[in-house]
Design a protein around this ligand. Sequence first.
Ligand SMILES: [Zn+2]
Length: 206
Amino acid sequence: MLYCFIIVLGLCIGINCLKCRGPEFVSRDDWDARPPSEIGIMQTPVPYVVIHHTYKPEACYTKNDCIKKMQWMQDFHQLNRSWNDIGYNFAVGGDNRIYVGRGWTSVGAHTPKYNDKSIEITLIGDWSNETPPLSQLITVNQLILIGIREGYIIEDYKLIAHRDVGQTECPGDALYREIQTWQNEIAGRNVRIPNIQNIIPRRPAN
Ligand SMILES: [Zn+2]
């Protein structure tokens, strides 16, 4: 019983810290990214946020491990798929850090027809059967809110899962179910970052 209490208390403290501190960004230099072979400049603010999972590589829970996954993805996307760069604009690790992919102003890959008008966020891991940890989901929401605050995403944006607009299982059944509930569940937890306390994630577009 006591152990349960301690675990729950620890979880609450962890989540509260995430809310007050804001997430840590890991720059391309920090994860030792190769330069893109070409950059497409994106018009911002964008009207869409597209959610992905990586499927492979699997989830990571430390900075060192997540950096390795970022490098693996960049290799795969640039060398095997011949894309200009890692496909996503951002990746969120199980360590609750935000890894910068193409960033806020470069056109992504992965979601044809939406690449040039969306911020593409992937949650590192295979979320077909398992839901990502709450702290990782909160970090995704914080990232979206930062994008709105900084003028890269419109306030009235539409949240889309990759499978909503493409022939794919991405972002996995479990994560897909989760993001259907974001307007109620995540907003209900008062996820916020300084200066934008009243903006909440929107229901996914159908
Ligand atoms: Zn995807």
